[in-house]
Design a protein around this ligand. Structure first.
Ligand code: GAL
Length: 343
C-alpha cells in the first residue's frame, strides 16, 4: 500500500481492515454500541481467527467459538483491540460457550437502570438445532462479560438475531424463527436480561434473517437478508410505524455497482446499521462478506445508508397509505464520512 496517509478515514469495503496494532479486525456478524459515558464507539463481533472446517460432511463451514471480540474507537475508523470480552469455554463440553458450539451475531446495549452492559447473542450447537439466545453482562463496555444463560425466547427457535434499544429506553429482541420463515419481535424486561411474554410474528413466510434495525424520524426500518447460509443474497428493507408491526417490505435498498452487486448486497450480508446523530437521515450500513473456505478472512462491507432524498418528496395526500421514506445503500469502492459527522 503506498501513501497510507492519503487513505486515512476512507472506508474500503471488503479490503482487509487493520486495528491500531496492525492486525486484521476480528468482529464478524457484529454491532456497534455508542457509549455516552466514555464518548466511545465499541464494535463487538465474532472473533473467528481460527481454522475453518466442517463438523459434518453436509454441515456449514465453521470456526470453533473463540469468543466475542471488542474494538474501541472515537471516529468509527481507527479501531483499538480491547481483546476478547467473552471467551469460549475450553473444557466443559456441556457449556453453551464450549468451543464446539456456535456463538454468532453478538450485540451489546447499556442499561441505564442497572448500570450494566448487556450482550445478547445467537447460541447454537454445531448443527444449529439448539436455536437459542444467550445473555451476558458486564460493568464495563470492555468486559469481561459474565455469561448468564441461554433460552429459546417465547419458547420459539431463535437463530439470526439482533437487539434494538429505542429512544424511550425499551429494548427489543428480533430473531428469525420457525425454520427462519419469519421474524419475531418483542420487548425485553427492564433490566434487559430476558424477554417478556409480549411477542409479535412479523414478515411471516418471507424467510428473512440477519436483521439490522434503525429508526429515523419516528419510523422504524430494518434491513434483512434472505436465508442462504454464508452465500450472499438480495437484501430487503422493511418499515413500520410501530416497532411491534405491522412491518411492510419495501424492496431492495442497494444502489450502484452493477446488477450482480445489487442482487447480492455487494456480496455481503447485513449485520448492523449505525446511527450518526450529527447527520440526520445518514447511517452506516454494516455487512459481512463471508469467506466460507476461510471464515477468519471474511471482510467488512461498510457503506452509506440514506433515508429520504429528493425522490421521496411526500405527496400532498397519501390516500391513506403510509409514506415511508426510501432507504438507499450506495456502493462505493472508497468513501469517507463528511468531516461534520459528529455534529
Ligand atoms: C447464515 C447466518 C450466519 C451463519 C450462517 C451459517 O444464514 O446469517 O450468521 O449462521 O448462516 O451457515
Amino acid at each position: 500500500m503506498k501513501d497510507v496517509g492519503d487513505d486515512s478515514f476512507y472506508y474500503f469495503p471488503a479490503r482487509i481492515w487493520l486495528d491500531t496494532e496492525g492486525n486484521p479486525i476480528q468482529a464478524h456478524g457484529g454491532g456497534i454500541l455508542y457509549d455516552d459515558r466514555s464518548d466511545m464507539y465499541y464494535w463487538y463481533g465474532e472473533y473467528k481467527d481460527g481454522p475453518t472446517y466442517q463438523a459434518h460432511k453436509d454441515g456449514p463451514a465453521r470456526v470453533d467459538i473463540i469468543g466475542v471480540g471488542c474494538y474501541s474507537s472515537k471516529d468509527l475508523w481507527t479501531w483499538k483491540n480491547e481483546g476478547l470480552v467473552l471467551a469460549a469455554e475450553e473444557k466443559n463440553e456441556t457449556h453453551d460457550l464450549h468451543k464446539s458450539n456456535v456463538l454468532e451475531r453478538p450485540k451489546v446495549i447499556y442499561n441505564e437502570r442497572t448500570g450494566k452492559y448487556v450482550m445478547w447473542m445467537h447460541i447454537d450447537d454445531a448443527n444449529y438445532t439448539k436455536a437459542s439466545v444467550g445473555i451476558a453482562i458486564s460493568d464495563y463496555p470492555t468486559g469481561p462479560f459474565d455469561y448468564l444463560y441461554s433460552k429459546r425466547p417465547h419458547g420459539f427457535e431463535s437463530r439470526d438475531m439482533t437487539i434494538f434499544r429505542d429512544d424511550d429506553g425499551v429494548a427489543y429482541l428480533i430473531y428469525s424463527s420457525e425454520d427462519n420463515s419469519e421474524l419475531h419481535i418483542g420487548p425485553l424486561t427492564d433490566d434487559y436480561l430476558d424477554v417478556t411474554n409480549v411477542m409479535r410474528q412479523i414478515l411471516i413466510k418471507q424467510h428473512r434473517e440477519a436483521p439490522a434495525l434503525f429508526k429515523h424520524e419516528g419510523t422504524y426500518y430494518m434491513v434483512t437478508s434472505g436465508c442462504t447460509g454464508w452465500a450472499p443474497n438480495e437484501a430487503m428493507v422493511h418499515a413500520a410505524d410501530s416497532i411491534m408491526g405491522p412491518w411492510e417490505t419495501m424492496g431492495n435498498p442497494c444502489i450502484g455497482g452493477n446488477k450482480m452487486f445489487r442482487l447480492t448486497t455487494f456480496f455481503a450480508q447485513s449485520t448492523f446499521v449505525v446511527p450518526l446523530p450529527g447527520l440526520p437521515g445518514f447511517f452506516i450500513f454494516m455487512a459481512d462478506r463471508w469467506n466460507p473456505p476461510d471464515l477468519r478472512d471474511s471482510r467488512y462491507v461498510w457503506l452509506p445508508l440514506v433515508v429520504g432524498g429528493a425522490a421521496d418528496l411526500p405527496f400532498e395526500y397519501s390516500f391513506g397509505f403510509p409514506l415511508w421514506s426510501r432507504v438507499s445503500i450506495y456502493w462505493h469502492r472508497k468513501w469517507k464520512l463528511p468531516d461534520v459527522w459528529k455534529g
